[in-house]
Design a protein around this ligand. Structure first.
Ligand code: BG6
Ligand code: MG
Length: 220
């Protein structure tokens, strides 16, 4: 029985995935001397800040000393924070506000499972921090996605079993994390990218919680 929905933040609740890309792209262009494509950016989604920089460096065939890596991670984050500081409730992705209301009405708990250290201030900025029963963010976990830690902690804090939780994710790494946690996964995005998800929707507009629960049950 489904008792909780665990939502990723970036690219599921709010439209911040492109801000991460913009800030990393600026770092690659201005400091590393190469460009990163949107296609390559898919492999950064759901991945922690330090691991993202490692992947970018490997992609460009370059290395940096530890102190410079720390500086560049901070620089990227400063650019990112400047972008997210301009966000308003309009940056909540289509269908999310209504979907959270439906979830609450259905008696299903609402959790956040994000590796971002900026998760709380972003939820506050767009005015939906109080909608979450539990928040697991980058400050509470040791391992980023695709490790299942973030979602397992969410289930544990809610006092639920993994199989009672459904994960909502836009990232390949996040779907893998949900799957490894033993949870059903709903991909938000393209079915040809999120191939491992239990179900995939372009967005949550027009998705009814009751219908979704039925669809997931039918697949058991
Ligand atoms: C994830 C994003 O939600 O958070 C990644 O998909 C990002 O792109 C990661 O790297 C860490 O975020 P932050 O805000 O702690 O740098
Ligand atoms: Mg995401």
């Amino acid at each position: 029985m489904t008792k909780a929905f665990l939502f990723d933040l970036d690219g599921v609740i709010v439209d911040t995935a492109h801000f991460h890309y913009q800030a990393w792209r600026r770092l690659a262009n201005e400091k590393l001397g190469f460009d990163i494509s949107e296609e390559f950016n898919e492999s950064l989604k759901g991945v922690s800040r330090t691991e993202s920089l490692e992947r970018i460096l490997a992609h460009g065939g370059t290395t940096l000393d530890e102190a410079t890596k720390t500086d560049y991670g901070t620089l990227k984050n400063n650019w990112y924070v400047a972008l997210v500081n301009q966000m308003t409730p309009d940056d909540i992705l289509p269908g999310i506000t209504d979907f959270l209301v439906q979830t609450r009405t259905a008696g299903i708990k609402i959790g956040l499972g994000s590796v971002s250290k900026n998760a709380r201030p972003i939820l506050e900025k767009v005015g939906i921090l109080d909608k979450f029963d539990v928040i697991i963010d980058g400050n509470k976990i040791a391992k980023g996605k695709p490790d299942p830690e973030v979602f397992l902690n969410g289930a544990a804090e809610l006092g639920l079993l993994p199989e009672e939780c459904v994960v909502f994710e836009d990232a390949v790494a996040g779907i893998e994390a949900g799957r490894r946690a033993g949870m059903k996964t709903v991909g938000i995005g393209k079915a040809d990218i999120l191939t491992e998800a239990t179900l995939v929707f372009a967005d949550l507009q027009n998705v009814q919680v009751a219908d979704l629960i039925q669809q997931l049950k039918a697949l058991e």
